[in-house]
Design a protein around this ligand. Structure first.
Ligand SMILES: NC(=O)c1ccc[n+]([C@@H]2O[C@H](COP(=O)([O-])OP(=O)(O)OC[C@H]3O[C@@H](n4cnc5c(N)ncnc54)[C@H](O)[C@@H]3O)[C@@H](O)[C@H]2O)c1
Length: 418
C-alpha cells in the first residue's frame, strides 16, 4: 500500500482536474514526459523531492513517474501545499507527505519521511531537504548521486555549504538557468505576487505607493507589474548597481527607513533577513500592508511586530490586523510567507513549464553521469538552450539562424570598419 499523509483524500478528483489544467499549459514538460515514457531513463530510481506541492509540481512528478522513477514528495513551505493536488498525487502512488497549514515540526517531519525512502536524487526548493540530510540524516548521504535546487535562497545556502566543505554531493542550481530565473523569478513572481496580494486584500493598486524591497529578478518583475497596475513604485536596495538600474527604470529609490513613512504596501523579495524591522514599522502609515515574496518568512521581523502590537485579529483569509499602541493598524499578509504561493496559486503554469523542464532534464543528466564531485553546478548550456527552443516552438515563434558568413565574422578579429 502507498504510504502518504495528506489533508483529505476525498479532494483527489478536484486535484486531478487542477493537474490537467496545468498540464495543458506546460507543453515543454509534456514533450519531455512523452520521451521519458518511451525511454524510461529513470527506471528503478527513487527521487526525493521537497517542492511546493502545486498543480505544476504534480505535472513534474508525473514526468518522473513516466520515466520509471518512484517519487517521495514533501512541501517546501508550511503554507504552500494545494491539498487537492496532494490528494491526487497520493492516489497516483506518490509517497506524498504534505498539507497546507503545517507547524514547523510537522513540516520537518514530512521532510524526514521523504528521506526515509533513501532517494538517489534529491530535488529541493530552498535547501531544507539538503540541509536536513547533512545535519540530522547523514546516514543517507553516501547513496545519493546528486540533486537539484530550484530557488535563489536554496542556491545561496548550498554555495555556503560548498564553501565550508560541508556539501557531500553534487547539486545542479536550476535557479541559475536563464530559462529559469529570467522568466520564473521575474514574470512568474511578478504576476503571482500581485495575484496573492489582490486575493488576500482585494485593494486597488492604482495610485498606491508600492514599496519593493530588493530589486533582483523577483523584485524587477514585481516592480514592473505593480507599475502596470498604476501603483507608484518605490524600490529599496543594498546593491548600488541594482539601485541604479531601478532608478533608471523610472522608480523612486530610497532607504527603507524613508520608504517606511510613505509606503501603502510593502513587499520583500530579497532572500535576506529582517529587511523590515520595528523601527520601520514604527514609522508606517495607519493601514500599511506588509507581504513577503522571498523564500523564507524571515524578511519581515514578525516577532517584533507581535511584540509592538497591543492586539491582533484575523480579518479574512491570509490577512492579519495588528493594532499598535497609538492605534495605528498594520496588516500582515499570509503570515509573512511567500504571498504568491500562500494566498494565490504560485507561478502560472507557463513559466513553471520552463523551470520544471530544467528540473526534469537536470535529473536525467545526473542519472547518466558518474557521481560528480560535491559542488554546486550550473545547468548545462545545452539543456538551457534546448528548453528555450522547445518553448519558442510551443509558442509558435521562429527565429533566425546565423549564416556561414556571420559565423565566420563573429569568430574572427581581423575585420573592422569598412
Ligand atoms: N515567491 C516565489 O515564488 C519566488 C520565486 C523565485 C525566487 N523566490 C525567492 O525570492 C528571493 C529573491 O530572489 P531573486 O531571484 O530575486 O534574488 P536576487 O539575488 O536576484 O535579488 C535579491 C535582491 O535583494 C537585494 N537585497 C538583499 N538584502 C537587501 C536588503 N536588506 N534591502 C534591500 N535589498 C536587499 C539584493 O541586493 C538583490 O538585488 C529569494 O529568497 C528567492 O529564493 C521566490
Amino acid at each position: 500500500m502507498n504510504e502518504f499523509k495528506v489533508k483529505d483524500t476525498a479532494l483527489a478528483s478536484k486535484g486531478f482536474l487542477q493537474i490537467e489544467w496545468a498540464s495543458k499549459h506546460m507543453p515543454v514538460l509534456n514533450q519531455i514526459k512523452e520521451r521519458f515514457a518511451r525511454e524510461k531513463p529513470l527506471k528503478g530510481l527513487t527521487l526525493g523531492a521537497c517542492l511546493h506541492v502545486t498543480k505544476e509540481t504534480a505535472v513534474l512528478v508525473e514526468t518522473f513517474l513516466a520515466g520509471g522513477a518512484q517519487v517521495a514528495l514533501c512541501g517546501s513551505n508550511p503554507l504552500s501545499t494545494q491539498d487537492d493536488v496532494a490528494a491526487a498525487l497520493a492516489e497516483k502512488g506518490v509517497h506524498v507527505f504534505a498539507w497546507r497549514g503545517q507547524t514547523t515540526e510537522e513540516y520537518y517531519w514530512c521532510v524526514e519521511r521523504v528521506i526515509d525512502y533513501a532517494p538517489t536524487i534529491t530535488l529541493d526548493d530552498g535547501a531544507d531537504l539538503v540541509s536536513t540530510l547533512h545535519s540530522k540524516r547523514t546516514e543517507t548521504l553516501p547513496s545519493i548521486k546528486g540533486g537539484t535546487e530550484e530557488t535563489t535562497t536554496g542556491v545561496m545556502r548550498l554555495r555556503a555549504m560548498e564553501k565550508s566543505g560541508t556539501l557531500k554531493y553534487a547539486i545542479i542550481a536550476v535557479n541559475d538557468a536563464y530559462t529559469k530565473y529570467l522568466f520564473d523569478n521575474r514574470y512568474g513572481t511578478g504576476q503571482s505576487t500581485i495575484d496573492g496580494i489582490l486575493r488576500a486584500t482585494n485593494i486597488l493598486l492604482a495610485g498606491k505607493n508600492f514599496v519593493v524591497c530588493g530589486y533582483g529578478w523577483c523584485g524587477r518583475g514585481l516592480a514592473m507589474r505593480a507599475q502596470g497596475m498604476g501603483a507608484n513604485v518605490i524600490v529599496t536596495e543594498v546593491n548600488p548597481l541594482r539601485a541604479l538600474e531601478a532608478a533608471m527604470n523610472g522608480y523612486r529609490v530610497m532607504p527603507i527607513s524613508q520608504a517606511a513613512a510613505v509606503g501603502d504596501i510593502f513587499v520583500t523579495t530579497t532572500g535576506d533577513i529582517n529587511v523590515i524591522r520595528t523601527e520601520h514599522m514604527q514609522k508606517m502609515k495607519d493601514g500599511a500592508i506588509l507581504a513577503n515574496s522571498g523564500h523564507f518568512n524571515v524578511e519581515i521581523d514578525i516577532k517584533s511586530l507581535e511584540k509592538i502590537a497591543v492586539s491582533k485579529r484575523r480579518m479574512r483569509q491570509n490577512l492579519e490586523e495588528y493594532t499598535l499602541e497609538d492605534e495605528r493598524k498594520i496588516y500582515l499578509l499570509a503570515e509573512g510567507r511567500l504571498i504568491n504561493l500562500a494566498a494565490a496559486e504560485g507561478h502560472p503554469s507557463e513559466v513553471m513549464d520552463m523551470s520544471f523542464a530544467n528540473q526534469a532534464l537536470s535529473v536525467e543528466y545526473l542519472t547518466k553521469k558518474e557521481r560528480l564531485p560535491p559542488k554546486v553546478y550550473s545547468v548545462p548550456k545545452e539543456i538551457d538552450e534546448m528548453v528555450a527552443r522547445l518553448k519558442l516552438n510551443a509558442m509558435g515563434i521562429k527565429i533566425d539562424e546565423l549564416t556561414e558568413e556571420q559565423k565566420r565574422y563573429l569568430a574572427t578579429w581581423e575585420m573592422g570598419t569598412i
